[in-house]
Design a protein around this ligand. Sequence first.
Ligand code: PEP
Ligand code: MG
Length: 318
Amino acid sequence: ERDAALRAVDEPATTVDGRTIPVMVNVGSVQDARDARGADGSGLVRTEVLFGDRRTAPTAAEQVAAYREIAAALNGKSITIRTWDVGGDKPLRFLPQAAEANPFLGERGIRTFRHATPEQPTAASAQPGRHELLKIQLDAIREVAAATPVQVMFPMVTMAEEVAWALRQLGPRPDGLKVGIMVEVPAAALRIETLAVGLDFVSIGTNDLTQYTTAADRTNTAVAPLADGLDPAVLRLIDRVVRQVPLGVHVAVCGDLASDPLAAPLLVGLGVQELSAVGPQVALVKAKLRQISAVDAAMAAATALTLDSAAAVRQRLK
Ligand code: PEP
Ligand code: MG
């Protein structure tokens, strides 16, 4: 079955009733992009992973080169570059953060940049400050977008003010650049109808959305059974996003739920328009979607929303 999936990997993922779902790949390195057979582009470039081993901040030119290499490895298909998602379990050596009692609830993603006061670079640390780091990254993204299809995505958004602030930092956008946010905080899902106004897309980060919905640390194995993306409480938030998002705003899922061939049809049934999976799962997710009908998936999804536990959902999907 795996061989058949791999042979067909370059074909689109079209359901038996004719719905085509782009299946993208999540990448944290240029190599990830080179290894991604059959992906319809990248739905998530984790830039804090891409440059995670750097002691000093990458320059705009270095970032442009890396983003271009990723786009080239994906044959010029669209790439979604996420701005620095530092904090929580993801430190960056070139962006030091103060110790926090609850890092997952603290300065993560866009929060890290918005609340920082503009720093004067000092002679002692020639490193750019936080504001400058985001500005350099957005400059690089705009430059890449002038030549290849690019989406820019802001992580850990909770409030509309953060979206407005992010759009101000981005400034004038070149034609090829689409703008979106991660939906990974329950509050964002619960007010998506106003939060996503003026955006091109939202991408649901089921890893963090699950962590924050179930109040179960995604890195703590002791509570791992609680942090299950198939929990109907999480599915109801996804359902809400799809139903309430402003007209014309595209809904993707880039969390790990999109990599699970069992869960992917459920996401399509909920109305998600695009998936982004880890490299080795792209072929399997595409193969699965070719076997299902979107109409049947919608009925299965409606049932899943009524169930009480992830275990019950998983049982039903099987
Ligand atoms: C997510 O939270 O689902 C996500 C895709 O982002 P990350 O795993 O990088 O936090
Ligand atoms: Mg996340």
